[in-house]
Design a binder for this molecule. Structure first.
Ligand code: PNS
Length: 167
């Protein structure tokens, strides 16, 4: 059985991620989207919230499963009995870091190969970080994320602003 893991922060999932998920799911029998619980970063959404949003936006793709993980991606890949890691490449600026990561993972993962998919041109500029920034300043994020995710982002930001006003 061909299995791949698409690891990432997905804070939050964007149309760019969804495009990579859809296209890579066509290449393997099972695709596991791994949501990193990163203790060195403070995410906008908890891992549970990120998993839930990913489940909602991929529910029509039968061979996709969403899980959270901690630690090294290759250890998660091994735990899933997967042979491949999937990553999206938006631009040449992504390449250097992604190549280094793929080579490190190949050594650590004893042969785990990384499959790179080039991001659809329509989403080549897109990142979770810019989506959050646009949302913080009240901009329109409907081009970047599905409606349900946009609602969750606005709720989060409104809650954070309320907390700030209280202190
Ligand atoms: O969506 P992101 O933040 O670009 O994803 C980066 C991610 C999660 C794939 C990367 O940071 C990662 O694999 N982290 C887990 C720790 C790890 O395995 N590090 C070694 C990679 S060289």
């Amino acid at each position: 059985m061909k299995r791949a893991v698409y690891p990432g922060s997905f804070d939050p999932v964007t149309f760019g991620h969804i495009d990579i998920i859809r296209r890579s799911a066509l290449l393997v029998d099972e695709l596991i989207v791994g949501v990193l619980v990163n203790h060195t970063k403070i995410p906008l959404f908890s891992a549970r919230e990120r998993v839930k949003m990913l489940q909602d936006v991929t529910k029509d793709i039968p061979n996709v499963r969403i899980e959270s993980f901690t630690g090294l991606s290759v250890d998660f890949v091994r735990k899933c009995n997967a042979q491949f890691i999937v990553r999206g490449l938006r631009a040449i600026t992504d390449f250097e870091f992604e190549l280094q990561m793929a080579q490190t993972n190949k050594v650590l993962g004893e042969g785990v190969d990384t499959i790179f998919l080039t991001t659809d041109l329509a989403y080549a500029y897109l990142s979770s970080t810019t989506v959050k920034e646009v949302a913080y300043y009240g901009g329109d994020i409907s081009h970047f994320v599905p409606p349900a995710v946009a609602v969750r982002i606005r709720e989060k930001i409104a809650a954070a602003e309320e907390d700030e006003n209280r202190t």
